[in-house]
Design a protein around this ligand. Structure first.
Ligand SMILES: [Zn+2]
Length: 274
């Protein structure tokens, strides 16, 4: 569970494997028809196999089984696959040289703070002008860290792509925050409170809003390209598994707000400068 991440094994001097497992193997589709999430065409023998199991701490096992409505099958599969991606990106922690450790920590910082495993959801909201506070805070943390970093200099492709990503993030966040605000602390949105009553300059404000919004989208596309370049640099120089499963990062518009209400995926390839 992303907010838990308790270690679920402990070293043991007496156990034959050298470890004891105290996490619990939980069933995604219930082990029997009457169990939590048990109503499923999945054959009974399949229910005890790896694809239907998720290792959780005791607390979270209790939570998902006592409240299966909040924890349906699809959500648990999502939690499990997000965690598998997270583990793959963390594997580089075993890096040997000091410089590889620095590069690995930047790669891990990007994965964690930019919520890269949720990139589709982030872009799908951003295209409608909504950005999670968690993403904004993470973006600021990432670009400040990169700007301050004392780079070792032996993998210039990583350093250049990380710096470019930091600049693209900063451009996006700073432009976005010109007209956006956060009413509840969780999510940012455009400040349209001026629309509540008529005012003499409302045409000018509307015009400003539209220009702002199209620049936000252009900067989001640039950001998407920068993420792909950074991920490719990490894959090529450090860890071939880095977001390899997820593949190319795209900009997702599920409601088609940019394309006549047709669901659309964009794969921007060239930076658009002003
Ligand atoms: Zn837990």
């Amino acid at each position: 569970m992303p907010d838990c991440r308790q270690i679920l094994v402990a070293e043991s001097e007496t156990h034959i494997s050298g470890n004891v497992l105290f996490g619990e193997n939980c069933h995604i589709v219930g082990e029997s028809e009457d169990g939590p999430r048990g109503k499923s065409p999945l054959a009974i023998p399949e229910r005890n196999r790896y694809p239907n199991l998720i290792l959780l701490c005791r607390n979270h096992h209790g939570i998902i089984d006592k409240d299966p409505k909040s924890w349906p099958i699809e959500r648990l599969h999502q939690v499990k696959s997000d965690h598998e991606v997270w583990v793959e990106t963390q594997l580089t922690l075993g890096a040997k040289s000091i410089s590889d450790q620095i590069y690995s920590s930047i790669a891990n910082l990007a994965a964690d703070r930019l919520l890269l495993s949720q990139w589709d959801a982030i872009t799908d909201h951003a295209i409608r002008g909504l950005v999670f506070s968690k993403f904004i805070e993470g973006a600021v943390d990432f670009y400040v860290t990169v700007h301050r970093a004392n780079w070792p200099g032996d993998k210039p492709q990583i350093e250049l792509s990380a710096t470019n990503l930091a600049n693209r993030l900063q451009a996006y966040v700073e432009h976005y925050q010109i007209l956006a605000f956060t009413p509840d602390g969780n999510c940012w949105q455009e400040d349209r409170r001026w629309k509540a009553k008529w005012r003499a300059d409302c045409d000018a404000l509307q015009d400003r809003s539209e220009k702002w919004s199209s620049t936000c989208i252009r900067l989001l596309f640039n950001l998407c390209i920068a993420i792909n370049e950074f991920a490719a640099a990490i894959r090529f120089n450090l860890n071939p598994n880095y977001f390899a499963l997820q593949g190319w990062f795209l900009v997702y518009d599920s409601m088609g707000v940019t394309n006549n209400l047709q669901e659309t995926w964009y794969g921007p390839e060239n930076y658009q400068e002003i």
